[in-house]
Ligand binder design. Structure first.
Ligand SMILES: [Fe+2]
Ligand SMILES: [Fe+2]
Length: 291
């Protein structure tokens, strides 16, 4: 029997500005309608859904997904980006005026993270209410292939010296531990594993000289640990965003796809086709544009 490959759409960095930006909302409607017409099996959004970590901006994304019938556990997966959890202006004001203690700030960050997970709980656990959070593994059995999405949080709290722009990332030790557990690895057997993380393994991913500079304010601090985990899981693909550029690159046999930014290029997205036996293909698509 010949089965169709599984079609996954990947977008990132929506940076939704609010209800007043009609153009952005219309673009989002157009994109989601296009995904439905094209018959995608799943949509992945790799963080920075909102621009100023305002739950009202999360709500806009949720409502748009709902109105296109995409707000279901088996239809869409989202992870958080730094703009979903950190409001830089607020952090600085808060820090200067009231709260120099890193522990209290970390607590506030954890609360924000929990709020994000509660808000999008249905897409995390399949239940409307609950407290499941990162990391989570979503395994979907399609007729031709069993796909496991391994979703991590890579947002690192704001710290004045170590993370002055709130844009550095880290995968916490707890997440690395949970995902390296034998029981987790056993559940991934015979799955086509796709890692999801907001931050880039490579901040710059081209050979051009200018791109070989390294910007530490954007980096994933423990990217080598993350890569080692992805190798242990035998991940074929990692989808990320953060660095607003559409690109793909291969590291140690794992293909990394950067989903670019919907905010800046709303007609472009990444399409993945997954066949059985671990075969896949990927391309960036400009829909509605010729040439
Ligand atoms: Fe972003
Ligand atoms: Fe980001």
């Amino acid at each position: 029997m010949i089965t169709e490959p599984i079609k996954i759409a990947h977008i990132s960095d929506l940076h939704i500005l609010g209800k007043q930006d009609r153009r952005q909302l219309d673009d989002l409607d157009r994109l989601f309608a296009h995904f439905n017409i094209s018959g995608f099996d799943h949509l992945v959004i790799t963080g920075d859904l909102s621009n100023s970590s305002n739950p009202e901006e999360w709500r806009i994304v949720k409502e748009k997904l709902e109105s296109h019938g995409l707000y279901h556990w088996d239809k869409t997966t989202v992870i958080a980006g730094n703009h979903d959890l950190i409001n830089l202006e607020e952090e600085m004001r808060f820090y200067n005026a009231l709260n120099p203690l890193p522990l209290l700030r970390k607590k506030a960050f954890d609360r924000k993270m929990a709020a994000f997970c509660t808000f999008f709980q249905e897409l995390i656990s399949g239940e409307e209410h609950g407290e499941r959070a990162f990391p989570f593994v979503k395994i979907i059995n399609y007729p031709s292939v069993r796909i496991a999405f391994v979703a991590l949080n890579s947002v690192y709290p704001w710290y004045p010296a170590d993370n002055p722009l709130g844009a550095r990332g880290v995968i916490s030790a707890g997440q690395l531990r949970a995902l390296s557990a034998q029981s987790t690895l056993a559940s991934l057997k015979e799955c086509f594993v796709i890692g999801l993380c907001h931050h880039a393994y490579r901040v710059y991913g081209t050979d051009s000289l200018i791109d070989q500079a390294f910007d530490w304010t954007m980096e994933l601090k423990n990217r080598e640990e993350f890569l080692a985990l992805m190798q242990t899981m035998q991940a074929k693909l990692v989808l990320h965003g953060h660095f607003h550029r559409f690109q793909s690159y291969v590291v140690n046999g794992i293909t990394f796809i950067n989903g670019g930014s919907f905010r800046y290029t709303p007609q472009r997205y990444s399409e993945l086709l997954i066949a059985g036996q671990g075969e896949f293909s990927q391309k960036f698509i400009n829909f509605g544009l010729s040439g």
